[in-house]
Design a protein. Structure first.
Lengths: 355, 193
């Protein structure tokens, strides 16, 4: 340790220098605090910007991905892009020709509506020679479309045109104040997809749903039951012909009548199923701005919009979160690359400075 | 007691200015002696010491630890100050102004203390002897330049010669004095021109 100097000039100089150093040290401390604070704000701002960019990138990616995807969610897009699929028969699956069963459905429908009196002819035609797909899918759809103001009458006419062009018809329709309306279309299953696409193109799709129900098991059960009943009926015909007494003849007839009744009942069921499979129902809601879409009608009369608002909020939150995650997936590799480059430059500069 | 080296203290003083004061404590007297031996003027030595430390404090962030002791950097600044002093005959106060250090008068009692510190007596004796050995024009030039502290232009004007000639006389006179001092085992500033 140096001996304290006896020279007053140096003592005074030390005192003055110490004062200056203390003042600057205090300034340094407050600057460091401010610097730490501003650094924290800087990091927070950077994180906020990063998340914002991530949301933006994620949103753009989702938008881009939605144009090629067949199962994007609806709400803001136009046409096919905005379809959402609900139920077991997805939009993509619905486009699978094997699920449509065009030929077999038409034949079955004809067969069920005009059953042959003999067991052989009453059997479904697709069990005859062709080994085509026996899958029976009942498909229904619902779509809500926003249209421009003053266009309701025009669009309503187009809905009818779409139904007819696809071989279907408008089963029922209701209109409200000339600005919104609901149409129930019956469209052949073979044209279901085309009809949905054409309906979506009429305006801005608010929501879109496609339901698919596999009724193959019910259909095959009914057919098997029908086959047994036909065989029984044939047997009872034979028994009746061979009856030697009136009592035997009456018993056989009574049983024959019951069997026929069951045959009629099951044939009706088959006809109904075939009809459901062959003809799809599409509920179309068309509305101008200001008219509430049918699918979004409030159910709570006391608090009409709270539940729906909450649903939309949750949906919006999840959408933003999803977009953020997707965006971060794109940005993180770039950030890692940037960090590596920055580290290399920083190390090089530090080494140069320390030389 | 601070165990850190001068280099460590100088680096620490970037964010901890108080560490610089420790460097001052360690080297202030030594540096004052350095200046006093070279200027033979306690007042100038004190002022040069203050300006050197002010300059070092102001530019301490530029200090780079190259492995050499931090004191070498301090003496680099000191040499620069001394060189300027001998060139212009004035002591700059720019660094002191920059950091807000007041310019102080040297207290009367310090004159003797600094002379004791430097041990000027043998130097004075040697100087008297050396001055006697000088030619008259060199002696006059030295007196005007070193004792009166005039600039070379003024020295030249008073001697009625060119400025270059005045420089030459001062330089030769100092070299002669330095030779005498060296023969007596004493040092004089090599920076003196």
């Amino acid at each position: 340790m140096p001996m304290p100097t006896e020279i007053r000039f140096l003592q005074d100089l030390e005192r003055d220098l110490s004062k200056i150093a203390d003042t600057e040290q205090q300034r340094e401390r407050s600057y460091a605090r401010a610097s730490r604070r501003s650094r924290l704000y800087g990091w927070l701002s950077a994180a906020a910007v990063l998340l914002g960019v991530a949301v933006l990138v994620g949103g753009l990616v989702q938008l881009g991905g939605g144009q090629s995807s067949s199962s994007s969610s609806g709400g803001s897009g136009r046409g096919r892009d905005a379809f959402s699929t609900v139920g077991s028969a997805a939009w993509g699956g619905a486009l699978d020709p094997s699920l449509n069963g065009k030929g077999s459905e038409a034949t079955d429908f004809a067969g069920a509506s005009q059953p042959e009196p003999t067991p052989a002819s009453a059997a479904p035609s697709d069990s005859g020679g062709s080994k085509t797909d026996l899958t029976k899918i009942v498909r229904d759809g619902a779509i809500s479309v926003s249209i421009e103001r003053g266009q309701f009458a025009n669009i309503a006419a187009k809905v009818v045109t779409v139904a007819r062009r696809n071989g279907g018809e408008v089963l029922s329709s209701t209109t409200t104040e000339g600005i919104s309306g609901t149409f129930t279309l019956r469209i052949p299953a073979a044209h279901f997809d085309e009809a949905m696409v054409e309906l979506a193109a009429l305006g801005m799709v608010d929501s879109s749903e496609i339901h698919g129900q596999d009724v193959t098991a019910d259909y095959l059960d009914a057919k098997a039951h029908l086959k047994i009943l036909y065989a029984r009926r044939k047997f009872l015909f034979g028994l009746m012909a061979k009856a030697s007494t009136q009592s035997q003849s009456l018993t056989a007839r009574r049983q024959l009548e019951q069997t026929q009744l069951q045959i009629d009942k099951i044939t009706g069921q088959l006809r109904y199923l075939n009809n459901q499979v062959a003809i799809s129902t599409i509920k179309v809601d068309v509305h101008e701005p200001g008219a509430a879409p049918v699918g979004q009608e409030p159910t709570d009369t006391e608090n009409p919009s709270l539940g729906h608002a909450f649903d939309r909020a949750v949906h919006g939150f999840l959408s933003v979160l999803g977009a953020m995650v997707i965006g971060l997936g794109y940005l993180i590799p770039l950030l890692v690359l940037g960090a590596i480059v920055y580290s290399v430059v920083w190390l090089a500069r530090r080494r140069r400075r320390s030389r | 007691m601070d165990e850190r080296s001068d280099a460590e203290l100088l680096i620490a003083s970037r964010s901890e200015p108080r560490a610089f004061v420790e460097v001052y404590r360690r080297h202030a007297e030594e540096l004052l002696r350095y200046f006093a031996r070279r200027t033979l003027d306690p007042e100038a030595a004190a002022e040069l010491t203050a300006e050197t430390f002010a300059e070092a404090y102001a530019s301490r962030r530029n200090y780079r630890d190259t492995g050499a002791d931090g004191v070498a950097w301090l003496y680099g600044i000191a040499r620069h100050q001394l060189s300027r002093f001998f060139r212009s005959g004035r002591i700059d106060a720019a660094a002191r102004r920059r950091i807000g250090l007041a310019t102080q008068e040297l207290p009367p009692e310090d004159f003797e203390r600094i002379e004791e510190l430097v041990d000027l007596a043998p130097i004075r004796e040697a100087m008297v002897e050396a001055l006697d050995m000088l030619a008259e024009d060199q002696r006059d030039a030295l007196r005007l330049r070193v004792i009166d502290g005039l600039g070379y232009a003024e020295v030249a004007a008073q001697l009625g010669c060119a400025e270059a000639a005045a420089r030459q006389r001062v330089s030769r006179g100092l070299r002669r004095i330095a030779l005498v001092l060296q023969q007596r085992g004493l040092t004089l500033a090599t920076e003196v021109e």
